[in-house]
Design a protein around this ligand. Structure first.
Ligand SMILES: *Cc1c(COP(=O)(O)O)cnc(C)c1O
Length: 373
């Protein structure tokens, strides 16, 4: 069986976790998380005050939205995203407003989004689908024009660049996921980058039950016994154990994971380039993409047949994603034609740093011989 995705962790991560257990012994949020935050900050080239690690990518988005929105505020979001983006919006008391995506880039279609603006619209959440950070300039000018906050769902895009700038080194608020199969993992985990110092402080407090300035105490090995709370908070902090895994993964990203993911994705594109039944996502020149997933459109009504054929031959595939506006909880009265078409045509092919070139050749051979019938 060739797996769709996989956590790539080994002895180094295991030793780092063992060290926290045997040497430090403090498993909550402490020194190791402080180190992970400062290493993330220096990787991104930003100040560590602006980075907050949390327990999942979903809670990163939830805290980011709650820091800037009020109940009933509307958030423009592409329907083609992981359910987590939507659940984080509704958890914050805001309302997700489903938008269509552009058929070529698979990112939010601003012409569609513009039509959905109301007097309650307060934020836009671009999703860097399949790690594609294209069009960020347009999103930020759109946000300036309509006075919106930007909360980037960059769960796919850790390590990616737009015009030579790392995602999460500029902008308003950027949320990452470090779950088991993302570009780097901390077991489970996430992080928020924001340029806004006040938002950063709110997020740091909210991840620890809203206890004011608790982060600073914990990072110096203390606890808050006497404190005040002014806002809703959560137990969304990251554990030292998870941070230890994340620190090792961060060191492996650019040397090991990124070249593998990029070259395997390139190989797929090259071997499938001439197949007229397949359409790949457009990747712009001014981006650096470390692909978290590799989704391709299978046209001509052949997707389901191809999916079964691949399965029969031991190749796992995926569907990213069922559009959220089709789910009962987020059902819209309007339709989103591109997202609905993509739902019928998208197929995600195996991609992770341990896929061998031979596997890719084998998969593409199956695809090319099935799709000419
Ligand atoms: C993975 C993911 C999330 C959520 O991250 P978790 O760490 O799994 O909670 C959010 N949005 C997108 C697009 C994702 O792929």
């Amino acid at each position: 069986m060739i797996r769709l995705s996989k956590s790539i962790v080994g002895v180094e991560e295991a030793q780092a976790v063992a060290k926290v257990i045997t040497e430090d012994g403090y498993l909550g949020m402490g020194k190791e998380v402080a180190l992970f935050e400062s290493e993330l900050a220096s990787f991104l080239g930003v100040n560590a005050d602006h980075i907050s690690c949390v327990n999942t990518g979903t809670s990163a988005i939830h805290l980011a939205l709650e820091a800037v929105l009020e109940s009933g505020d509307e958030v423009l979001v592409p329907s083609l995203t992981y359910l987590a983006s939507y659940q984080a919006i509704s958890a914050s008391g805001a309302v997700p407003i489903s938008c269509d995506v552009s058929a070529d880039t698979l990112t939010i279609d601003l012409n569609d989004a513009e039509q959905r603006i109301t007097s309650r619209t307060r934020a836009i959440m671009p999703v860097h689908y399949a790690s594609n950070p294209t069009g960020i300039d347009e999103i930020y000018s759109f946000a300036r024009k309509y006075n919106l906050r930007v909360v980037e769902d960059a769960a796919h895009a850790f390590g990616c660049k737009y015009k030579d700038q790392l995602i999460g080194s500029f902008g308003d608020i950027v949320c990452f996921s470090f779950d088991g199969i993302k570009n780097i993992t901390s077991g489970e985990g996430g992080a928020v980058y924001t340029t806004d110092q006040e938002v950063a402080q709110r997020i740091k407090d909210a991840r620890l039950l809203g206890v004011e300035k608790d982060t600073e105490k914990r990072f110096s090995g203390q606890r808050s016994w006497e404190f005040d709370v002014t806002r809703q908070g959560y137990r969304y902090h990251m554990s030292n154990l998870f941070a230890a895994i994340g620190r090792v993964q961060l060191r492996r990203l650019m040397t090991e994971f990124a070249p593998k993911r990029r070259s395997r994705a390139d190989l797929y594109r090259r071997l499938l380039r001439d197949n007229q039944f397949l359409k790949f996502q457009k990747i712009e020149e001014d981006t650096f993409v470390i692909p978290h997933i590799l989704s391709v459109r299978v046209v001509g009504g052949m997707r389901d047949g191809l999916k079964s054929e691949l399965e029969k031959q031991g190749v796992q595939t995926g569907l990213h994603y069922k559009p959220n506006h089709l789910l009962s909880l987020y059902k819209t009265e309007y339709s989103l034609p591109i997202s609905e078409q993509l739902y019928k045509e998208m197929l995600s092919l195996p991609l992770h740093p341990e896929i061998e070139e031979n596997d890719v050749y084998k998969i593409c051979e199956i695809i090319n011989s099935y799709l000419i019938q």
